[in-house]
Design a protein around this ligand. Structure first.
Ligand SMILES: Cc1cc2nc3c(=O)[nH]c(=O)nc-3n(C[C@H](O)[C@H](O)[C@H](O)COP(=O)(O)OP(=O)(O)OC[C@H]3O[C@@H](n4cnc5c(N)ncnc54)[C@H](O)[C@@H]3O)c2cc1C
Ligand SMILES: NC(=O)c1ccc[n+]([C@@H]2O[C@H](COP(=O)([O-])OP(=O)(O)OC[C@H]3O[C@@H](n4cnc5c(N)ncnc54)[C@H](O)[C@@H]3O)[C@@H](O)[C@H]2O)c1
Length: 477
């Protein structure tokens, strides 16, 4: 039986981003329905950010402690994998979304469990678990926030090999003896870090010349050094041309470009993401199934009045915090349009424009050492036609870093726009830099003039004194 219901807003997909859209539209007094086919909270809560960071936190804490005389001797033993995995399970809420369901209830959003799909303009059909259908009409907006899934590259034999994706890598119940990781991006380096520390012998097979190729080149070099010192085999410029695992069980064999064969107990494919848009009825509104959804700065899908795409699915920045930022912007834009506000603030840095997506996306990679970057790298800034200067500094020379750990290693770079004397990007790599990043985000998003940054005095003796050193280096020419 089909039931027809009308709402102001229908949100398809209740990951962190869909939840935040609902939060904003409900706060604006708009009735809101949310359709979710798996767990409320999405990949981030159960198979991505939360479980992966829960696996990594003890690894990084131990690495930091091992660099401190007086503590080091006490932390030479292996991690207590059972305890680490138990805390991971807790941080993933034991894959139970009752808490998040209660929160959506508390804000007055109506939740439909089941798969949803567009059925023409402003209509979503939710297919409930018992075969019931709900036809939901949106008076003002449908928001697609269905996220992304791991891509499996077209490697012969891979499809039947039951390889791990990020889902298995974040939810596995024990460390495989030998883990092969294909891909040197963020998932690859973080999961190699975690599982090596939890007892696996990890081999990374990286197609390109280095790790984390989207960041400044020195980042990948530091992270590769850290992984190798932890015992990971990192092989760059290495292609996997075939995978063999008869029946999808037992050891898996990877055939490399030069014919070499490598055996592992599990294989993790970490080669990027695809949008979850193949079966959500895009064809019913004239869009291409399986495509990323291109949006304007208010997150409205180009060429429509009523369809928004927010979070991973619009490919602007595949990060939870950035998707939640888009959700705040899109929620405000939906509310303003519903109230027929004559002029939206869609100019650069306006309330209805996700400007930071272009200028100031922060990201922390939770490896040992950590990597943290915001804004443009030098290559990106030059590619965009800015007249820039890169200012580099060895983080190890900062007093706070020397106190943080013995033999501290790290590096920092800021990219200065020479015409406006503001920062376009900042990158740090080193222990403890993750918590330093927001200072850089404020400088970049705030377009704080270098002359004013000079008056932002970092506390002694913290790692944040790197700011003073970078500014002094810039001033020295
Ligand atoms: C291993 C890993 C670690 C990560 N770590 C971090 C991190 O530390 N920090 C960070 O910022 N980002 C991290 N990310 C990225 C982050 O997970 C994503 O950017 C984030 O989950 C995107 O949120 P979303 O709501 O757009 O999509 P998702 O979290 O994927 O949620 C989409 C939701 O839509 C639902 N859905 C899909 N199709 C339908 C349908 N047809 N009907 C109904 N519901 C549907 C899904 O079930 C899901 O619940 C990580 C990613 C991975 C893979
Ligand atoms: N800490 C964090 O913020 C965090 C952690 C994990 C994931 N994420 C997000 O999740 C997204 C997905 O991460 P990811 O690591 O899967 O993607 P990615 O795009 O970061 O890295 C994928 C890597 O795989 C390589 N690759 C692609 N095809 C290949 C092939 N056929 N063979 C070998 N290598 C191949 C690419 O060159 C790239 O370096 C990222 O965009 C990231 O923003 C964020």
């Amino acid at each position: 039986m089909t039931q027809a219901v009308e709402y102001d807003v229908v949100v398809l997909g209740a990951g962190p981003v869909g939840e935040n859209v609902a939060d904003r539209t409900r706060a604006a007094g708009l009735s809101t329905a949310v359709v979710e086919s798996e767990l409320i909270g999405g990949d981030c809560s159960y198979w991505a950010c939360m479980p992966s960071k829960a696996l990594l936190r003890p690894v990084i804490a131990r690495a930091d402690a091992r660099r401190l005389p007086g503590v080091s001797a006490a932390v030479q033993g292996p991690l207590d994998s059972k305890a680490v995995l138990a805390r991971r399970d807790e941080q993933a809420a034991h894959w139970n979304d009752e808490g998040q369901l209660a929160w959506l209830d508390s804000i007055g959003a109506r939740v439909y469990r089941g798969k949803g799909a567009l059925h023409g303009p402003r209509k979503v059909v939710a297919y409930g678990p018992e075969g019931e259908h709900y036809s939901l009409t949106a008076r003002h907006a449908v928001v697609v926030s269905t996220g992304s899934r791991a891509v499996l590259p077209d490697i012969p034999g891979l499809a039947g090999a039951r390889a791990w994706t990020s889902r298995e890598a974040t939810s596995a119940r024990e460390a495989p003896g030998r883990l092969a990781v294909v891909g040197g991006g963020v998932v690859g380096v973080e999961m190699a870090t975690a599982w090596q520390a939890l007892g696996s012998q990890v081999t990374m097979l990286v197609r390109g010349g280095g790790l984390l190729p989207r960041m400044e080149p020195f980042v990948g070099e530091h992270v590769a050094d850290g992984l190798r010192e932890a015992g990971v085999t990192v092989r760059t410029d290495t292609d996997v041309t075939a995978v063999e695992r008869p029946g999808g069980t037992g050891p898996v064999t990877l055939v490399l470009g030069d014919g070499e064969r490598i055996e592992a107990d599990e294989l993790l494919i970490a080669t990027g993401r695809a949008p979850r848009t193949d079966d959500i009825g895009l064809e019913t509104v004239g869009l291409e199934p399986g495509s990323w959804l291109t949006v304007d700065d208010s997150c409205r899908v180009q060429g429509t009045e009523w369809l928004y795409a927010v979070g991973d699915v619009n490919r602007r920045a595949l990060l939870t915090h950035q998707g939640k930022y888009q959700a705040r912007v899109a929620g405000a834009a939906i509310a303003a349009r519903a109230q027929q506000v004559p002029l939206l603030e869609t100019d650069r840095w306006g309330a209805h424009a996700a400007t930071a997506d272009h200028a100031a996306v922060p990201q922390v990679v939770f490896t040992d050492p950590e990597a943290a970057a915001v804004g443009l790298s030098l290559a990106e800034a030059e590619g965009a036609g800015h007249r820039v200067r890169a200012v580099d500094y060895d983080l190890a020379s900062v007093a706070g870093a020397g106190l943080y750990a013995e033999n501290y290693r790290g590096h920092a770079r800021m990219v200065v726009d020479l015409d406006r004397e503001v920062l376009l990007g900042v990158t740090f790599v080193g222990a403890g830099v993750g918590e330093l990043l927001h200072s850089a985000t404020i400088a970049v998003a705030g377009e704080v003039p270098i002359d004013r940054l000079w008056h932002a005095v970092p506390s002694f003796p913290t790692i944040s004194e790197i700011w003073l050193r970078l500014l002094e280096t810039y001033r020295a020419g």
